[in-house]
Design a protein around this ligand. Structure first.
Ligand code: NG1
Ligand code: ZN
Length: 546
């Protein structure tokens, strides 16, 4: 068959063992060609099965420039359904072309995938700026084309969230070019800012924003937005054009984990609002350079972005409820939910709960958070590392639109109507497919303007508990098994009891271990009332995990 013939051209290197993990397949780029070829086939099968367009993205996000990776976007724009992950693992590790073809035949039968030509497979392909991306994208195309009738549409260099957004938009029959993406972000941002109370809009303080583009795709895409938003004072550094290396001493992952300034930032930036994107622009953190120690930063992480979003949404919902003369049925009780992981700073969870919000936890990995957030009318999720978004249910959006029409005739321009329109604008601005640093950044900027806040005001919402993350290299990370959204280790036996003993030694202590989904390590997290305590707790727990 065609698959057998073309897969012989992409032999699997010796000793490769890959797992689809929390972010698709990731490895040293030089060993990935056969994997990407196979994932091209997988994306085509997924498209045939769902009779919809799927996406394939080539990126290793915040990892080294010499790494790369590949993942599939499902027709909804979300991650590949978890039900297909075991098959993804199986084909990626299949030793010979013959075995590989056999696996596919079996799977096609089991899933009842039909090649009757009524609708053929269609796949959008994208890649980040990694040099290895070009030939890997070619391998993906060969994979797609080994399925009869399949079409691969090469979108070139994109951010991960752009690709996901396009897949979602196309499947909803909406306009879905890159220009459409920028226009939607731009117009909903403008719309939201125009709904800012006038007296606040006047204040011209804290205008400037400096963005660290991680020397990746995010900086170059932000340049486009910046041209459209000529009213905003944005300076982009580490755009990749200055010769810096992708993710090296720059980017959201570095800034959040090391809590130091990225390259290219210095003393003169003290007090200015700064943001950092990761290598494929699906993570966003903010920071400001500390005046007493300019290598240190005041970090405004994913938890605080989440808190800002939650505060704003909650405010708009309460404006909606402040209606005296209305019927009860107009007061749709929107279910607002906040989703975090065990990595969320304990102070953020306390803050959100004090606001009266429902906070729930899932294991690490966007697919889990996203799925949980989709259960609410408005579900806000964020990982501490800056990946997150806000999901709106269809029924709530329908209600908002009806409410808007009604208010247009009854009380046009009222505070209630403005609140409705703000929520609609947020739903258009924030990427509904996946966490998106560019759309997240514009929402942060709009909310800060609305509140008339500096980054300092924002940062003061609550004070992070000092924390420490460590990783322990182990032979077999699967020896650690967790439960309760990774807060408890149930294996190896008695390790949790030992962790509890350590945690009890520190005021406000909290610590957990879990196997990484992307690296061969056990991750250790600890927080406590002071930094020395968090460090020492992390070190003793790391010894237990070793
Ligand atoms: P792992 O390696 O499973 O910890 C890391 C991040 C996740 C997620 C994935 C995908 C931490 C602690 N973990 O996963 O949140 O972003 O990478 O990129 O930040
Ligand atoms: Zn990323």
């Amino acid at each position: 068959s065609l698959i057998l013939k073309s897969s012989s051209q992409y032999p699997l290197p010796q000793g490769v063992k890959l797992s689809y993990g929390t972010a698709g397949f990731r490895a040293e780029a030089s060993i990935l060609e056969s994997t990407v070829f196979r994932v091209g086939i997988l994306a085509a099968l997924r498209s045939l099965k769902t009779q919809s367009l799927t996406g394939l993205m080539i990126t290793a996000s915040h990892n080294k420039v010499t790494d790369n990776g590949v993942k599939i976007a499902d027709p909804s724009g979300g991650m590949l359904t978890q039900e297909w992950e075991p098959f993804a693992d199986a084909i990626a590790n299949s030793p010979t072309p013959q075995h590989f073809v056999q696996l596919i035949d079996e799977f096609v039968k089991k899933e009842n995938i039909r090649f009757d030509g009524v609708r053929s497979a269609k796949i959008l392909l994208g890649r980040d700026t990694r040099p290895s991306g070009e030939s890997l994208l070619e391998a993906a195309k060969q994979g797609v084309y080994s399925i009869v009738g399949a079409t691969a549409i090469d979108m070139g260099i994109l951010t991960t969230p752009q690709l996901h957004w396009m897949v979602r938009a196309r499947n909803k029959d909406m306009k879905a070019t890159e220009l459409d993406y920028f226009e939607q972000l731009w117009s909903s941002f403008r719309f939201l800012v125009d709904l800012t109370p006038n007296q606040i809009k006047m204040s011209k303080t804290d205008d400037k924003l400096i963005v660290d583009g991680a020397n990746g795709v995010g900086g170059e895409k932000l340049e486009v937005l910046k041209k459209m938003l000529n009213s905003m004072d944005i300076e982009i550094r580490n755009s990749g054009k200055e010769g810096g290396v992708l993710n090296e001493g720059v980017g959201a992952d570095y800034v959040q984990k090391e809590k130091v300034v990225p390259q290219g930032f210095q003393l003169k930036d003290v007090g200015i609002r700064c943001a950092s994107l990761d290598g494929d622009a699906d993570r966003l953190v903010y920071f400001s350079v500390q005046s007493n120690n300019t290598s240190k930063i005041d970090l405004v992480d994913g938890d605080k972005i989440l808190s800002l979003f939650a505060l704003f949404i909650k405010e708009q919902l309460s404006i909606l409820k402040m209606e005296g003369d209305d019927h009860v049925d107009e007061n749709y009780e929107a279910r607002l939910g906040v989703v975090q992981t065990a990595y969320a700073n304990g102070a953020s969870t306390d803050y959100l709960r004090q606001l009266g919000l429902e906070v729930v936890f899932t294991p690490t990995g966007v697919k889990y958070l996203h799925e949980k957030a989709a259960e609410y009318d408005i579900g806000i999720y964020f990982e501490a590392n800056g990946h997150g978004t806000i999901l709106f249910s269809e029924s709530f959006l329908t209600w908002l639109n009806a409410r808007n029409n009604e208010l247009s005739s009854k009380s046009k321009g009222s505070e209630q109507q403005k609140a409705v329109l703000r929520l609609v604008a947020v739903s258009n601005l924030i990427n509904q497919a996946v966490g998106d640093a560019l759309s997240g950044l514009l929402l942060v900027e709009a909310i800060l303007q609305y509140k008339g806040w500096s980054i300092h005001n924002w940062s003061e919402l609550y004070h992070d508990l000092p924390s420490r993350q460590l990783k322990v290299k182990v032979v077999d990370r699967t020896a650690v098994v967790t439960a309760n959204a990774e807060t408890v280790a149930v294996r190896p036996p008695l390790i949790q009891e030992a962790i509890n003993v350590e945690v009890a030694k520190y005021p406000q202590g909290r610590s957990f271990i879990r196997p990484s989904g992307t690296e061969d390590v056990i991750r250790v997290y600890a927080e406590a009332s002071i930094q020395e305590a968090a460090d020492s707790l992390a070190n003793s727990v790391a010894k237990l995990a070793d």
